[in-house]
Design a protein around this ligand. Sequence first.
Ligand code: FNR
Length: 183
Amino acid sequence: MIDKDEPEGKGPGLDKLKELFERSPIALTLADATAPDMPLIIANSAFLTLTGYGEDEVVGRNCRFLQDDLDNDAARAEVREVVRIAGQGQVVFRNRRKDGEAFDNLLFLQSLIERDGKTRFFLGSQFLLEPNVTERRIDSHLKQIDLAVARAIQAQSSLRAEQRRMLANAAHAVAHAWLALRS
Ligand code: FNR
């Protein structure tokens, strides 16, 4: 019998993760940390709405395509460090939607680790950083990320996340720094 939760080469439970990401109101992406160049394997509807791309245009690609021609050297270095230590973090990227419009993307990253210690996935959540952003909106986004991570771990019992709770203070600091730069 074919187990529909185990699509070939994608590991158990990916359908379940996709389903629960789809139910989330925030943009969520999942990258395969075991595949070359960490391609996206899930991008939910909120992400597609935010970026203007279709699912088949993003799945299988590293999410850096959103940077297009824009300079993101510092942000990229920060993300590479989060990936290196299999940790978590928040970084502001300058991205472009499919129609070419630029936007500021406060990206939250969280590694999801197998019980044997290997990093299996990175969960990324994109938050549209606007000049009128409030700490309350960031906090509510963080709550949704925590919920998604908790549900992902529940759905795939072999996974765990180090330092699971997203740190509100760090996210506020990044948003404030960005606002100060913009004004
Ligand atoms: C990313 N990255 C990313 N970058 C970006 O500009 N916008 C985005 O929305 C995202 N989303 C995202 C989600 C997930 C799950 C991961 C793992 C990463 C970052 C990007 O893919 C890449 O890691 C960084 O550009 C740093 O690597 P390079 O480009 O220096 O090799």
